[in-house]
Write a protein of this length. Structure first.
Length: 356
């Protein structure tokens, strides 16, 4: 009876063993399925990493990532070229492997400080490669987890050497233009003051002529400018010594014989662009045009003219000032100012290119 009893018990034990064995097989199958699943996920993750690596390698930025011990986890292709090594040789190394000792220590010191502060920092970094100094604009950012602990550093650098060179060149040009503008402004001011002084002097003389008619003969000869009295028929009736000097003719050759139009290029001031509001100079009247005065042997000089009618007569008194040299100086100033405006246009264009 005991043997019969042991028979079912044994059967139940065997059944339990088989059930457990089947369960183990199921677990093994599940583990194998999980392993295949994880392999698939790992493969997809690797492909994703390769895609991101390819994208980052085409960025102009130099990118790197370090862990909390400041060992490199990643470096883009452009950063690898900066270090002078293949990108696959960056991971697991530190700045001590790529930079001189003092430079590496300074970089590590700054990055430890950033991790402790937990704040990003931007700065310009100067370095020399192949005998040429380059400038990078670098941003370092502490990488934090949810607890707020910094577990690494991410860095982004952009080469701004050309931008810095353009800025320095623009600054030099600004200084040159400022110096040129100051010099030309001083010259212009001196010319204006000289011209204004001459104009003021001429007006004072004209006022004196009106108020001291009794001294007319003396003043006529000593005004400092060429003076002529022109009759209504345009015949010159009287001139002074300065007119003789200006025209090259003697007083006897001019007075009562010469027509006013003979001393004007083309015979009329209308051809010289007479100012608006002035009467036609075929019959001289008030106004102060500038024209070409034709002297002896067809010599031409640039003169300014002040004219005043003599009351109760048809005659006009004209005062001539030789401004040939002044006009030349004015033309030279205009040329210089044109060059200056061209330089300003070039500077604005360079500034737009820089901002672009």
């Amino acid at each position: 009876m005991e043997e019969e009893k042991n028979g079912p018990d044994k059967f139940m034990s065997i059944d339990k063993f088989i059930t457990e064995l089947i369960g183990f097989h199921e677990q093994i199958k599940q583990l194998k399925a999980s392993e295949a699943h994880y392999r698939e996920l790992a493969g997809k993750l690797q492909e994703t990493l390769k895609k991101y690596q390819a994208i980052l390698d085409h960025f102009p930025l130099k990118l790197f990532l370090k862990d909390k011990n400041l060992s490199y986890l990643f470096g883009s292709e452009s950063y690898a070229r900066f270090l002078g090594v293949p990108s696959g040789e960056i991971s697991g190394k530190t700045d001590q492997d790529f930079f001189p000792h003092d430079v590496a220590e300074q970089r590590l010191k700054e990055e430890r400080r950033l991790m402790e502060a937990g704040q990003a920092e931007e700065k310009e970094e100067w370095h020399t490669r192949d005998g040429r100094t380059r400038v990078d604009q670098t941003i370092r950012i502490p990488i934090k987890i949810e607890s707020g602990e910094a577990v690494g550093i991410a860095g982004f650098s952009l080469d701004i050497t050309e931008k810095k060179e353009k800025e320095e060149g623009l600054e030099r040009k600004n200084k040159e233009l400022a110096g040129l503008l100051e010099a030309r402004t001083t010259e212009l001011k001196e010319i204006q003051e000289k011209f204004q002084g001459e104009q003021a002097e001429r007006h004072r003389l004209e006022e004196r002529l009106k108020n001291v008619e009794a001294l007319f003969p003396i003043l006529f000869e000593n005004t400092g400018t060429a003076v002529a009295m022109i009759q209504e028929n345009r015949i010159i009736s009287r001139v002074n010594r300065e007119f003789e000097k200006l025209s090259g003719y003697s007083r006897a050759e001019v007075e009562g014989t010469k027509n006013w139009g003979e001393f004007i290029q083309n015979g009329s001031l209308q051809d010289m662009g007479e100012p608006a509001g002035s009467p036609p100079m075929n019959s001289p009247g008030p106004g102060m045009p500038v024209f070409k005065f034709v002297g002896r042997q067809n010599e031409k000089k640039t003169v300014s003219l002040t004219a005043a009618r003599i009351p109760d007569t048809g005659s006009v008194l004209v005062s001539l000032k030789d401004i040939t040299n002044y006009k030349k100086a004015q033309e030279e100033l205009n040329r210089v100012m044109t060059q200056f405006r061209q330089m300003m246009v070039e500077m604005e264009k360079a500034a737009k290119d820089l901002h672009g």
